[in-house]
Write a protein that binds this ligand. Structure first.
Ligand SMILES: [Zn+2]
Length: 141
């Protein structure tokens, strides 16, 4: 199996009304996060109501794409659909710089194993999965 086929077999996120602005921005290589217009709190994944104040006035705001590794685990299991050819790899949880506990998930190649640690600084990049689907990912900087 060549790299292109493996890449295209990864899961494709299904955008809905709530998440469409996030995916549209990702397609344009921009990271946006839902933010409450009433209190300024960032909500991710997008919600119907703000987690902090329950307001419904929610919009998408640009995010810096910078953050730090909050947690990680090395994935050895080879039967996860779309990732068969990549194991082992590193699952990461990133805390974005905009707000404590504003978390996103991603993954790193196993080659980053010596560099990954809790608190390692990361920046966003955009993985093209084909068919107009672009997924925000993170790399250690
Ligand atoms: Zn709020």
């Amino acid at each position: 199996m060549n790299a292109e086929v493996e890449k295209s077999s990864k899961p494709i996120p299904a955008a809905d009304e709530l998440t469409a602005p996030f995916w549209e921005a990702a397609r344009a290589r921009r990271l946006v996060i839902q933010r409450c217009s009433a209190c300024g709190y960032y909500n991710h994944p997008p919600r119907q109501f703000c987690d902090a104040c329950l307001a419904r006035e929610l919009a998408f705001a640009p995010a810096s794409g910078r953050g730090a590794v909050f947690s990680y685990t090395v994935m050895h299991q080879r039967d996860v659909a779309g990732f068969e050819g990549e194991a082992p790899f590193i699952n990461i949880v990133v805390e974005l710089a905009e707000q404590p506990m504003l978390l996103m998930v991603g993954n790193l190649p196993i080659g980053e194993r010596e560099r990954v640690r809790i608190g390692a600084p990361v920046e966003v990049w955009f993985e093209d999965r084909g068919g107009g689907v672009v997924v925000p990912q993170f790399r250690i900087v």
